[in-house]
Design a protein around this ligand. Structure first.
Ligand code: FES
Length: 563
């Protein structure tokens, strides 16, 4: 039912938009001349008043208004997003200006069989005609563009097309208003010539200006419309009273907030009522997924997702305890956590699973510059930052070229993850290749900075692989992809161990085995790692380049392109 209503609202809105665009384009022709405006208006009316379309526009207008009023009547709260609220207010104001205009044009045609053209309208009072026309253009166009923006901003192509669309959105109404101004001035100038005036109206039977009967018709239409708005508000108030009689339920939020609402209220409406920050990019139409909530308790008694909700949840790969807040109408109390407090349209796009949080096998690398603190104390701050940035650039290139993801830079350290969204074998191989590439990059950097460094830069690297939770973590815009868990901690400790073992690289047995490559004569140590019960087999390499020597087939290290 809701889907059918959405389709009806969208369909009627799109037909009205097509009418408005062609109407404004016709207005714009007034920039050429009044004659051209009249001619193009003839074509415009010929199309929209042709038999199949004659009643389509009025019917769409009626449907659009009725659905808006039904929507107002059925809503549990009038709180919503700013965009939605603006669209609703503009939409409710439009009929107040549009109905007199419709009465003056379509009404005159129906009652008197007279087509009131631009000439008639301009000559019946240029100032008032322009004021009315421009007000209608501003209201209708703002309402239509806002509606299209709310609809299209969930499309992946929209950000790219937006500059072009915005140019059209601004240009069309401006040209339309200038067209009516120019056409109106043409009419007023030409009206000084009695011959032109007589000829202009000679072929128009019946009244040439809007008569009292038409004005009365416009007044009664407005009264009917205002009555309908009043009825919708009354219906809404009645529904609220009725709902208050129902047993309330409680929606509990993380942080201690609780909304007491009648059963049947959506979780998103409950959030609005309780003033809980809850994203809703599509305004509760079940399209964007940004209102999704994680159900912490009370999920057993929940109604099944509707097909529409199901589709959206599948699209984003949501786990079973995640539901759309705007579609979920709990009948019993519930504990939820809105997944997004604020959101952008991009949050509604399908994302790789690891962005939302997933456990997978990855290789984690920690790299650290040796003795850099001592070096930094002897250098000017500018030099320190310059050297560090050069170092990060070389290491970053080596990591990224081999398919790694830089998790973070910590002081002079780097944490990188390999194998996200790939097999564990690909991840460990990529980590080993990146390690060699980093050593080569450091050698190049040392050569370049030879004159500025008392000693070449040295680094220590720890590599470990295993399961980790991969996901975006952080606050607001400060989020990054990271790996959480024992694998990360162990990799960090192996890096620290390079100092104790006096070597440049410590690789865990997991990484060597996971790569599937045959190594020979690997130096091996059995070490205890803090926080782990079992001792760990590791391979310390005095020089990182020794890693290549240990490989049975050194060529296998190859390049990232093989991945
Ligand atoms: S607000 Fe967009 S799907 Fe719920």
């Amino acid at each position: 039912m809701r889907r059918a209503i959405n389709i009806l609202r969208l369909g009627s809105g799109l037909i009205l938009l097509a009418y408005v665009v062609t109407h404004l384009a016709t207005h714009a022709v007034g920039l050429v001349s009044l004659g051209a405006l009249q001619d193009v208006n003839g074509v415009f009316l010929g199309i929209w008043r042709s038999p199949p379309l004659y009643w389509v526009v009025p019917a769409c207008l009626l449907v659009h208004v009725v659905l808006a009023l039904v929507g107002v009547c059925g809503r549990r709260t009038l709180r919503s997003t700013r965009g939605q609220a603006a669209q609703l207010v503009l939409g409710l104001l439009i009929p107040l200006l549009l109905l007199p205009h419709i009465a003056a044009t379509r009404g005159m045609l129906v009652v008197h069989g007279v087509t009131i053209g631009y000439r008639h309208l301009f000559l019946s009072g240029l100032g008032s005609t322009l004021a009315l026309t421009w007000s209608i253009v501003a209201l209708v166009w703002s309402h239509a563009c806002l509606g299209m923006h709310l609809l299209l901003r969930l499309k992946t192509w929209y950000p790219r097309a937006a500059p072009l669309l915005h140019a059209g959105v601004l240009l069309l109404p401006v040209l339309a208003c200038l067209g009516t101004l120019n056409g109106g001035r043409d009419a007023v100038r030409a009206a000084h010539n009695p011959e032109w005036l007589a000829k202009a109206f000679a072929d128009t039977p019946g009244p040439t200006t809007i008569d009292a009967e038409t004005r009365e018709m416009a007044t009664s239409w407005i009264q009917i419309y205002l009555g309908a708005v009043g009825l919708a508000l009354l219906g809404r108030a009645g529904a609220r009273v009725w709902r208050r009689q129902q047993r309330p339920i409680q929606i509990h939020y993380a942080g201690g907030r609780t909304a007491r609402v009648p059963a049947g209220t959506t979780v998103l409406e409950a959030s609005w009522i309780a003033g809980v920050s809850h994203a809703s990019v599509c305004g509760g139409k079940g399209r964007c997924s940004t209102c999704r909530v994680r159900v912490i308790a009370g999920g057993d008694a929940l109604p099944e997702p509707t097909p529409q909700e199901q589709r959206v949840l599948q699209r984003i790969g949501a786990p079973p305890n995640v539901r759309l807040g705007c579609q979920l109408k709990p009948k019993a109390s519930l504990h939820v956590v809105p997944v997004l407090g604020t959101a952008t349209p991009a949050d509604g796009f399908a994302r790789p699973r690891h962005v939302a949080g997933v456990e997978q096998e990855v290789a984690v690398m920690f790299a650290d510059l040796r003795g850099f603190t001592g070096l930094a104390e002897k250098k000017l701050p500018y030099d320190v930052v310059y050297i560090l940035n050069q170092y990060f650039e070389h290491m970053g290139e080596a990591i990224c070229a081999n398919g790694g993801v830089i998790d973070k830079f910590i002081g002079d350290g780097i944490m990188a993850i390999f194998g996200i969204g790939r097999s564990s074998r690909e991840g460990t191989r990529a980590a080993l290749r990146a390690t060699l590439a980093m050593a080569e990059g450091l050698a190049v950097l040392n050569e370049r900075l030879a004159a500025e460094l008392p000693d070449p830069l040295r680094m220590g690297i720890g590599l470990h692989s295993g399961p980790a939770i991969i996901g975006h973590v952080g606050y607001r815009t400060n989020t990054s992809l990271t790996a959480i868990g024992d694998t990360t901690n162990t990799a960090s400790r192996l890096e620290a161990m390079t100092k104790e073992l006096n070597c440049e690289l410590v690789v865990s047995q997991n990484v060597i085995e996971g790569s599937g490559w045959a190594f020979t004569a690997l130096p091996t140590e059995i070490v205890r790692v803090r926080g782990k019960d079992e001792p760990l087999h590791v391979h310390p390499f005095r020089k990182i380049a020794d890693l290549r020597l240990g490989a049975a087939t050194p060529a296998e290290f190859g390049s990232a392109a093989e991945l």
